[in-house]
Design a protein around this ligand. Sequence first.
Ligand code: PNS
Length: 166
Amino acid sequence: MTGKKVIAIYPGSFDPVTFGHLDILRRSLELFDTVIAAILVNKEKQPLFSPEERLEMMQEAIGDFGPRVETIYFDGLLVEAARQHNANVIIRGIRAVSDYEYELQMALMNRKLAPDMETVFLVPDQKYSYLSSRLVKEVFSRGCTPECLVPDAVARRLVKKYNLPQ
Ligand code: PNS
């Protein structure tokens, strides 16, 4: 069967990318032909890593994912970035019920702005259900460097950022 290739966009701050994000990306690749990891440049809150650093970390992390994953920066509206890249699916990860309210609001706002675009929620592996970039930064900033939360290259950058002993 030949059909139109489905391009999905996976947006986020990715400050920094975690194993939870990578789990969602891997699952997305099972469903869609191409997945674009889209890194938000400007957020109200100051990110720890620059957009360039976040993109580099993402690219390092998806090294073995193959050519069906792309990485971009975006600023402004997500649906506009999606349109520019011919994506008509938005992927978001939902770890727990507590994520749902915010995600639902975003999905409905995005639908208002772009009715032809669908948001698909994916659930990461249970072992990542507590994992967030915010908590990773909180823990590393206080000198603790637990394993298996972020790729090694990201952990090294966190260690450097917080001037922790190598
Ligand atoms: O990783 P995050 O911080 O939870 O990602 C949030 C993100 C980037 C998906 C969201 O803030 C976003 O899409 N921002 C772009 C602005 C936009 O399109 N707003 C209208 C839709 S709510």
